[in-house]
Design a protein around this ligand. Sequence first.
Ligand code: NAP
Ligand code: MG
Length: 403
Amino acid sequence: MAEKIQMKTPLVEMDGDEMTRILWKMIKDELLLPFVDLKTEYYDLGLEYRNETDDQVTKDSATATLKYGVAVKCATITPNAARVKEYNLKEMWKSPNGTIRAMLDGTVFRAPIVVKGIEPCVKNWKKPITLARHAYGDVYKNAEIVIPGAGKAELVFTAEDGSVSRELIHDFKGAGIIQGMHNTDASISSFAHACFSYALDTKQDLWFATKDTISKKYDHRFKDLFQEIYEAEYKERFEAANITYFYTLIDDAVARVMKAEGGFIWACKNYDGDVMSDMVSSAFGSLAMMTSVLVSPAGVYEYEAAHGTVQRHYYKHLKGEETSTNSVATIFAWSGALRKRGEMDELPALCRFADKLEEATLATIEAGKMTKDLALITSLENVKVLNSEEFIKEIRSTLETLL
Ligand code: NAP
Ligand code: MG
């Protein structure tokens, strides 16, 4: 067997929970360790260890990501009341993704993995559409009041110097509702930087849309900040890379997206991104075929699968039953992280390995060998449904022929 591919800087490895933790180990054993002299700094974000460390391990893993620049993360449980009981938790720990996103000040880019045989519902979509969702503010940090009866509702801003500005919301004649929301120039700007950098990094056009014709101050601020930052810092580089930045109204964007062939990044405000990412991912076929990368304005990257820990499959696995869990998005999280590490450390062999790993994964599916979730939606005939482990082993044998 050939020499293993060498690494320079370690990847930050964030292990996780349930079925994805099982897949994580299989992927490392079958697809990575035999080929790469894998260097990682390991953080166990499995719920038991988060609880044991009072969630310090999550913060440590984010700090390490800021230090090294590239992380790969397994899906993790976000505790709810049922999990507090199940794992006998000291506290209902926060979502690790939320903690990491806050520490990295990042934007999440989600992209479908496009493969022959899994056709998008929208037949003209030929290339992936990457969705970038602003992850701060608006309706997610709102203040609301149920108005019991007649009265006047106002927006009031009191500046530090005591001066006050007011704006009438509505003169209520009877019962109703009001809502106040906000965003900050700092957060919008860092979202804009993350989007422009990622577009340059992946050489794709960037689309951004809001409802600035109706929201003449709020949404207009988003539009203006994007435009100012684009002109001041990115326009020339976009032109040199032969890609475009394009702003339009959100309703126009939706109409154009349906008619487009893909291959671009669609930046969305928080709520639009929440809704549109579910629409785009289901239209592309499967959550198990969706990757996700958190990009910080400082140029730090964290790769993961978009799906969760696949709890139902894990309980089957614990009972000794066979599972057919799709590992593609988790494999692509590893290949994405290895490729980025290779680019940063100037290791072309590592980048090439990442390419081949993805190629082998797609070739395996295109040869009709896949997990059950894909078998249910594929347009291919004569499909062989594999269990979780068989699928990864099948990818390994394809990979061996490619290397
Ligand atoms: P989930 O793990 O994404 O799974 C939901 C369902 O989608 C599964 O039961 C399965 O359907 C299907 N599915 C998802 N990924 C699949 C895969 N790789 N292969 C085959 N089928 C797949 O979501 P969940 O069950 O709502 O959440 C489970 C846990 O994950 C929760 O504790 C949640 O907090 C956590 N979570 C973590 C992240 C993250 O770390 N990024 C994201 C979301 C959720 P069938 O059962 O019909 O086969
Ligand atoms: Mg949602």
